[in-house]
Design a binder for this molecule. Sequence first.
Ligand SMILES: [Zn+2]
Ligand SMILES: [Zn+2]
Length: 133
Amino acid sequence: MSLISKWGGLLWKEETVAKMYSKIERLKQFIVFFIEKYQPVCGLCGGEVSWKSFFPVLSHMIRDEFTIHHKNHIRKDNRPINKAIVHRDCHRRHHRNLQVLKETGQKIIKYSCYENIAGKFTKEVMKIPSERI
Ligand SMILES: [Zn+2]
Ligand SMILES: [Zn+2]
């Protein structure tokens, strides 16, 4: 008969907690694998994405520093080519800056979007119609 463990304010069977931890450890290995292999960068500043920044989320239940940005600003367009991993700070700044530009009457807004896939670094200029900002 397994013991009961208190975790996250709830009571769990110890074997359940052990299984959850081993799943998390597996997930961590996949995060390290994909980030080391594909070396993604922030789509808005071009900065490095470290696998270390994802681990606090799993181990301490706090938010990581990344989010997904839709390059053409159409949130329903979930094609991989339209999505970029970006720092939350860069993301907030980007949308705020575009809002300011829109308020000053610009019709088409351009911005740079960075990508790095397994060592192939690219910079793409995105054009967004003002109704999509
Ligand atoms: Zn960034
Ligand atoms: Zn966005």
